[in-house]
Every structure is written in C-alpha cells, then in structure tokens.
Ligand binder design. Structure first.
Ligand code: ZN
Length: 94
C-alpha cells in the first residue's frame, strides 16, 4: 500500500478552502482509501477514479488516485484540471 511519506503528503491544502487539512489529507491524498467518494463529508460509494499527477512533486509516470461518486466527479475533476494535475477519470469498480 502507500508508503507513509505519501500518506502524509498534503500538496494542495492552500487552494482547497472547503476541506480542512485533517479531513482533506485523510480522505483524498492517500492511495489507500476505502471505496467511498473522496470529497469532504461525502460517504457515497465511489463510482469513478480520478487519476492525477503533480509535476512539481511526482515523476511524470506517477499517478495519484482520488475516488468520486457521480455527484463529485466533476467537482474534483475541475479542481485538478484548474491546477493542471488531472490526467483521466476512469470507472471505479471494487
Ligand atoms: Zn461524493
């Protein structure tokens, strides 16, 4: 699973006002998550996975994953796209 250093990584906190650091870090920035939506406070089952990469932090072939329900896929995708991090959204199946 994700190494501890990755779990502690919180690269986007300054720009994501709606998600306090603790919740956001625990819910979104790890590769090892329960299969529920990554959006703050959302407990819907994940139906999408957003693949992204921060070129300032990650090698080009690295992919981080956020999970999203139908409602939040667009929201998270726009958040990543605005920063140039979004790579793809794929169906998520357990
Ligand atoms: Zn959601």
């Amino acid at each position: 699973m994700a190494p501890p250093v990755a779990v502690r990584h919180r690269p986007f906190l300054g720009g994501f006002e709606r998600c306090p650091p603790t919740t956001y870090a625990d819910g979104v920035t790890t590769d090892e998550t329960d299969p529920i939506c990554s959006a703050k406070g959302c407990t819907e089952p994940a139906k999408h996975q957003l693949l992204w990469n921060n070129p300032k932090l990650h090698t080009p072939d690295r992919r981080k994953t956020w999970l999203a329900c139908d409602e939040h896929e667009e929201y998270l995708r726009k958040f990543l796209s605005a920063r140039g991090f979004w790579k793809a959204t794929e169906p998520f199946t357990q």
